[in-house]
Unconditional design. Sequence first.
Length: 507
Amino acid sequence: MILTIIVGVAALLAGAGGCYAVFKINEKKAQEERKQELELLKQKKMIEAKERFIALKAEHEQQVQQRNAKLQAAESKLQQRELQLNQRHSELQRKANENEAARENLDRQLALLEGKERELEAAHRQVQEQLETVSGLSAEQAKEQLVESLKDEAKTAAMSYINDIMEEAKMTANKEAKKIVIKSIQRVATETAIENSVTVFHIDSDEMKGRIIGREGRNIRALEAATGVEIIVDDTPEAIVLSAFDPVRREIARLSLHQLVTDGRIHPARIEEVVNKVRKQVEEEIIEVGKRTTIDLGIHGLHPELIRLVGKMKYRSSYGQNLLQHARETANLCATMASELGLNAKKAKRAGLLHDIGKVPDDEPELPHAILGMRLAEKYKEKPDICNAIGAHHDEVEMDTLIAPIVQVCDAISGARPGARREIVEAYIKRLNDLENLALSYPGVLKTYAIQAGRELRVIVGADKIDDKATEMLSFDIAKKIQDEMTYPGQVKITVIRETRAVSYAK
């Protein structure tokens, strides 16, 4: 038993020794493996360090190269700047030398001038002494006598000059007033529309006349009864005459006829239907014209009925002048003149547009149109100064504001403008003919043309008969003769044209 235990212990000890030996061998192998791993890691780190070093070195070299390039560029720029500064220094040095030479020359000239001044003073003293010896008066005494005589002459000249200024001031005041009126006329120019009491309606063929007349004249009677317009169908080819004193009725009849002829259906029932429809269209157009007119003129806040009356002016005329055109022109003239005088241009324009609304009311009572227009303006809440301007533009009521005389003057200007009204068209044309004939009376004048409504006269002269200098004299002579012999508004510009032409023919 003991032996068995001893043998077991010995076996255990032998196994333990073997295990220890194996452990030592394995530990040694593990150490060698760790050493190899450490060596590999060390080599890897060395390689990474070298690569990092190479990358940093390359980056550093690149930065150094960039820095060197910048330094070289800066050095080149500095060299160029230094060269420019050297050139500028040389230029400044050259200019300094030139200035120095000029200063020396100026000093020499000043010294020469001082010498001449001294010589002149000596000569002046010598002449003064000789004059004092001859006249027996000293220089101070002679100066006092001269001053006294000059005072008397100056007083006389001053009195004459003052009188001239006073006369000129009186004339200038009148001229300035005229200038304001002339400027207002020249700054406003509108087309002139002359309307008659008849309208000619054109048709494509005379066959249509029979259809318009209808069986036993029933169509034409129905049309006349519906429109209140006399329809004249005569032998005039392809034309029918519409006659009525009211332009609105004539326009309704014209548009109705146009629709009937275009449609081809012409009978009494259709005529009444078309006339009623056209009458509504014309009423709408009248309102639209009134609105458009107030918008164009920049006038706001008018009563709708006043707007309708303004639009109705389109179909009325006064002495052959279209009433709406006259009202627009008067409104623009009033605004222009009010601005020239420093007054309220908007109020003046409003009064100018409304000044003739008394000519287009629907009922037309037996009252002067100015009074009727003033009452209409009062009825539709216009301001008192505008109502007064409307009523006073023909002196029916007393003028209470400064706008009233402006409206009166501008109404007269618009009516008296050359070509505005039929009764002065002939006089206007005669004035233009007289202008041309006056210039043609001068020798050497070939052609004359009165243009811009007589505000410019162009005179064409022969190049072989009048030279350049003579053209100026001719222009002056014609202008003076027009001033002396003719009456005209504004001013007339005379342009003399002299051309030299060479003409040859190639055959």
